[in-house]
Design a protein around this ligand. Structure first.
Ligand code: ADP
Length: 184
């Protein structure tokens, strides 16, 4: 099963991707997670990616594509994937078609999650994540039992650098300009 989730930041792609990946027993492939992992290692590629992410801009296609190729070549992705955050531009979508054609595969379905802007701003401003298990919380709607600690493993929760109001607006603009055309 090969599924792609499309939608603005904060639509819930990550949350639904985890559930779908469990249902179909395939990996959840999130380019955002891969990029944050690379950034955490403070390599040259990581520093380059961070400069775009902090501004709410897209990381250049060639860099994301290189990381995606490496991820899809891993054994667990042979049986399929639930992709979240990729493709985000027309060239990325065309590149994905090409990568899949090379291995004789195709996408089974694309799910578009549509959420009004006002709700996205509310959700992202209230989002906190666990660095250990990756679980996300909405600090207003579904806060953890203990203040800013994960219910599962008690790790201190963090808020993403790009979940600041000015960056959220920029991410929404970028979605409308560069990713929304993919729906057609
Ligand atoms: P969200 O969907 O909540 O914005 P992501 O975790 O998917 O968050 O992405 C965070 C940031 O990582 C994006 O704002 C962008 O800078 C970068 N990024 C993630 N996926 C891609 C991609 N496919 N192409 C370019 N940049 C990406």
């Amino acid at each position: 099963m090969r599924i792609v989730l499309l939608g603005p930041p904060g639509a819930g792609k990550g949350t639904q991707a985890v559930r779908l990946a469990e249902t179909y027993a395939v990996p959840h492939v999130s380019t955002g997670d891969i990029l944050r992992f690379v950034v955490a290692w403070e390599t040259e590629i990581g520093k380059r990616a961070k400069s775009y992410m902090d501004e709410g801009e897209l990381v250049p296609d060639e860099l994301v594509l290189e990381l995606l190729r490496i991820r899809l070549a891993q054994e667990d992705a042979a049986s399929g994937f639930v992709m979240d955050g990729f493709p985000r531009t027309l060239p990325q979508a065309e590149a994905l078609d090409k990568i899949l054609a090379e291995i004789g595969q195709r996408i089974d379905g694309v799910i578009y999650l549509e959420v009004p802007d006002e709700l996205i701003v509310l959700r992202l401003s209230a989002r906190a994540s666990c660095p250990t298990c990756g679980r996300t919380y909405n600090l207003l709607a579904s806060p953890p039992k203990e203040d800013m600690r994960c219910d599962r493993d008690a790790s201190p929760l963090f808020q993403r650098d790009d979940d600041r109001p000015e960056v959220i607006q920029q991410r929404l603009n970028v979605f409308k300009r560069q990713t929304h055309p993919l729906i057609a």
